[in-house]
Design a protein around this ligand. Structure first.
Ligand code: ADP
Length: 242
């Protein structure tokens, strides 16, 4: 694993004179499982959009020592950075295995997608195991439960050697059991890779975060362990208005 994780310095994003991300600094060490929390409109999504190159920004974003700012989205993705959104984007008519196969072949040309193979490539086998989808590998993705689709989407990042995963509310709409399984999945994935999760569900954050950053009005309000940020009076004020 490369030594220096994700480093964000003085990141700013402005929309028509409105500053949505206002001088954010972040240090996320390799293998961390970091949760980004904060009220609606705090700038969480915009921060992740800026890291992945979806919106223009100023400042610096370095991953594994490389500056990401100024690179187009697809080049940032090629540096090992992957993103999921609240709605999973999988190929519904194709099986779980075919979805993973396509993801594994992404960027290697269309023929890869059509190739018939008897052997499942090793990264695909590993992604099936990590996501718990081995038993469902021949099922069409469209027939999966909501939670399973999210796991498949994470698997599609794993087979692409994504080393920084940015996940937008992965447990939204999930059952209790699916949430627990997702937390365990994120634990398994982090350690080897760096995982950043935008999350609203505080029970989920409390159960699974290794570290937490609280954003408010485009700035970092508080940072540390779950216990640290919960004990922070400024965080209580923002969440409870007290
Ligand atoms: P969060 O993810 O924490 O709920 P967002 O990053 O979505 O917050 O939004 C932060 C602020 O930026 C909000 O006030 C939102 O209205 C504003 N914003 C987000 N995207 C745009 C956009 N494309 N144009 C104008 N304002 C935006």
């Amino acid at each position: 694993m490369n030594g220096d994780g994700l480093t964000v310095r003085d990141l700013r994003v402005t929309f028509d004179g409105f500053t949505a991300v206002d001088g954010v600094d972040l240090d996320i060490r390799p293998g961390d499982l970091r949760f980004l929390i904060g009220p609606n409109g705090a700038g969480k999504t915009t921060l992740v959009d800026a890291i992945t190159g979806l919106v223009p920004s100023t400042g610096s974003v370095r991953f594994e020592g490389r500056e990401l700012r100024g690179r187009p989205v697809h080049r940032i993705a090629r540096l090992g950075i992957g993103r999921t959104f609240q709605t999973a984007t999988v190929f519904e008519e194709l099986t779980v295995l075919q979805n993973l196969d396509i993801a594994a072949g992404a960027g290697r040309g269309p023929l890869t997608l059509l190739r018939r193979r008897k052997e499942v490539p090793e990264p695909v086998t590993r992604a099936l195991e990590t996501t718990g989808l081995t038993g469902l590998r021949d099922r069409p993705a469209g027939a999966l439960a909501h939670g399973q689709k999210q796991w498949l989407e994470i698997g599609m990042l794993l087979v692409q050697d994504v080393r920084l995963l940015l996940l937008d509310e992965p447990v939204a709409g999930m059952s209790h059991d699916e949430r627990e399984a997702t937390g365990e999945l994120l634990r398994r994935v982090s350690g080897e890779r760096t995982v950043v999760v935008i999350e609203h569900d505080m029970d989920f954050v409390r159960s699974f975060a290794r570290s937490v950053t609280v954003l408010h009005a485009g700035r970092v309000l508080s940072e540390g362990s779950v216990a640290d940020v919960q004990a922070d009076a400024r965080v209580q004020e923002v969440y409870l208005g007290s």
